[in-house]
Write a protein that binds this ligand. Sequence first.
Ligand code: ASP
Length: 280
Amino acid sequence: MRILIHGGFFSESSQSIETKTQKQQALIQILEKAKLYLADHSALQTAIYATSLLEDDPLFNAGIGSQIQSDGKIRMSAAIMDGESQKFSGVINIEDVRNPIFVAQKLMDEEDRVLGGSGACQYAKLSGFDSFSTQTEERQKEFIAKKQSKGTGTVGCVVLDKEGKLAAATSTGGKGFEIPGRVSDSATIAGNFANENCAVSCTGVGEDIVSNGLATKIVTRVTDGMTLKQAFKKSFSELLPYDGFAGAIGVSKNGDVFFLESHPKVVYASYNGLENAVFM
Ligand code: ASP
């Protein structure tokens, strides 16, 4: 069993040591809960569960604590992918729900599995998700000060369960101050992808991640025979020509775990089957 979670980029220059410690502690606590949960749940269920806990923590830029867009609204995106069935589902630019990842989960059972904007909001409402404002005072202050909160960080999780099944989940409040309607990578196969060989979740500048097709590319390379590390290295090297800004976590079916970032620093925590580790 393996679990990796990430809490997006952390900026040493614009965030305090205290925030760093808080994020490290939050990641370890969430990892501990996810480990217990994985004992009797699948990779997909665990990836969703861990991501919902990250969404609930205002330290991270997903769910509660999401960044505010240029028109003052929060629009969130989230996706899941089940490696076994190779089904992907997600919401793009959803508003007023506490956990976008649960709406993505609900969509897994639908024929139409990716919804955007007003359709996603309407679907959540009709499916019984309560209206919930994920705006925090901190994000509001940053918005008023017109200061982009660098490093608040998208969240994600990849899991290998005891049956050898893989899953990925990713959730974001976006870049902050974006043009309304902008589509993040997080609910695309560039930002979140899994099959029976490998699962990957990304963070960083969505436009760079989409240009590289990062998550799909890493998973495809592992499927075609590269090790997880080789696939990460090669795919990240392809960000270099345009100085792409990205980080990713991955797990493969043989139990390898790996993460990489193009720029410092993403916050990660991992469980490798024996012990926990936290990195940033
Ligand atoms: N990837 C997210 C986006 O572009 C942002 C992030 O990861 O911090 O919307």
